[in-house]
Design a protein around this ligand. Structure first.
Ligand code: ACO
Length: 360
């Protein structure tokens, strides 16, 4: 028995491989280094979907753009009672309005949903009207436009594309496993994606980048980093943006996003000096974690540079998990289809440790 299932192999997959010892992520035969910064989200989604849908077009972009427009109709149903809550809850509620199904049209609507609904929820929370999709734009550029109301620079769209590609799939992480469990019951893609969103919401999975910003803001200046981090660890807190269940060396996604954020730092978005400050905090954290846990390799994870990248693109920290879902939804859909093709209901065993019934 293993509480966190770390040693349990629960699926064969052609989708991605996380090599935690070497710090390598492979997505359908390509290393993340090959894809990040060079491929658009639509292309990686197609790569992931390949073989799982009969009628897959050579280019997913037009179908995805049309799906953005289609799901936008649901935005009018946004319940204002949801606006005081975590944006994931609003985005999830609108996604739940989509019909379940297993075909490509359902998959494209689900691929579009977190993007369109998050932009609408964030704007509604700021008292702004939603911005309808522009189907002439690529997915990443349109997300930024639906969020801010103005066309992004090519550099900003490329940074978001890098992010979406980087988080598109990652082995049998908690949200992907949740999606596969649901898909194995034949509930349909919408149900599987809703399960993925719900698992991603937790702070130990997709909910960490918001707290990374809080940490940086509380630290304030590089000189305060050591004292702040030591006090946090002394309280028994975990440093957000560090550590990973599988990676025992550096998370390769952190490097891909660091490169993207540095490219942005030269241009629009980033606050002056923000990246240099974050790098100083990162260096202090790594040195202190090494002293704190000498036998446990703890390195920077994807969430640390996610926080900086999404902050530079003007996403509010409360919506960072939603942006993660915009990318990971491609993986959830492909895994759900792969699980259905595998044909087996996921149904593990438990060991009963409660009291025995009283003798009659
Ligand atoms: N800061 C301080 N100590 C840590 C950290 C951290 N970020 N991460 C692990 N540790 C410590 C634990 O306290 C534990 O110490 P103990 O043995 O004395 O109890 C030891 O290292 C091992 O930790 P585990 O909980 O066994 O490691 P696990 O593999 O379960 O944790 C996790 C992985 C949950 C990501 C953890 O590193 C963490 O909480 N990190 C901070 C949150 C975070 O950044 N989450 C995003 C992860 S990336 C993603 O989901 C996309």
């Amino acid at each position: 028995m293993s509480d966190g299932l770390e040693d349990v192999v629960a699926a064969n997959t052609v989708l991605s491989e996380v090599d935690g010892q070497r710090g390598v992520l492979i997505i359908r035969g390509h290393s993340l280094d090959e894809l990040a910064g060079r491929t658009r989200f639509e292309e990686v989604a197609r790569l992931l979907f390949d073989g799982f849908f009969d009628d897959l077009p050579a280019d997913l972009a037009p179908g995805l753009a049309a799906a953005r427009r289609e799901v936008f109709a649901e935005v009018s149903a946004l319940d204002t009672g949801l606006l005081d809550r975590n944006p994931v809850e609003g985005m999830r509620a609108l996604t739940a309005r989509l019909a379940d199904g297993d075909d490509l049209a359902t998959a494209l609507r689900l691929l579009a949903a977190p993007a369109v609904f998050t932009a609408a929820v964030v704007r509604a929370q700021a008292g702004q009207a939603p911005v309808a999709p522009d189907i002439s734009l690529g997915h990443a550029a349109d997300i930024l436009r639906m969020l801010s109301g103005k066309a992004p620079s090519a550099q900003e769209a490329a940074a978001l594309d890098t992010y979406l590609v980087t988080v598109s799939d990652h082995g049998l992480n908690a949200s992907t496993f949740a999606a596969r469990v649901i898909a194995s019951t034949r509930a349909g893609l919408t149900s599987a994606v809703l399960g993925g969103i719900s698992a991603l919401k937790g702070p130990l999975h997709g909910g960490a980048p918001g707290p990374v910003i809080e940490m940086l803001d509380e630290i304030g200046t590089p000189g305060q980093a050591r004292a702040w981090i030591e006090a946090a660890l002394a309280r028994g807190d975990r440093l957000m943006g560090f550590g990973h269940r599988v990676y025992r060396v550096r998370d390769p996604r952190a490097d891909a996003l660091k490169a993207a954020v540095r490219r942005l730092d030269d241009g629009a978005g980033a606050r002056p000096g923000r990246i240099a400050f974050a790098e100083a905090v990162e260096a202090a954290a790594l040195a202190i974690l090494k002293e704190h846990k000498p036998n446990r390799p703890l390195d920077t994870n994807v969430e640390f540079y996610t926080a900086l990248l999404l902050e530079a693109l003007d996403f509010p920290p409360s919506a960072f998990t939603c942006v993660f879902a915009m990318g990971r939804v491609a993986g959830w859909i492909a895994h759900a289809r792969e699980q259905v093709a595998a044909g087996r209901l996921i149904r593990p065993q438990s060991v009963y440790i409660g009291p025995a019934p009283l003798a009659a």
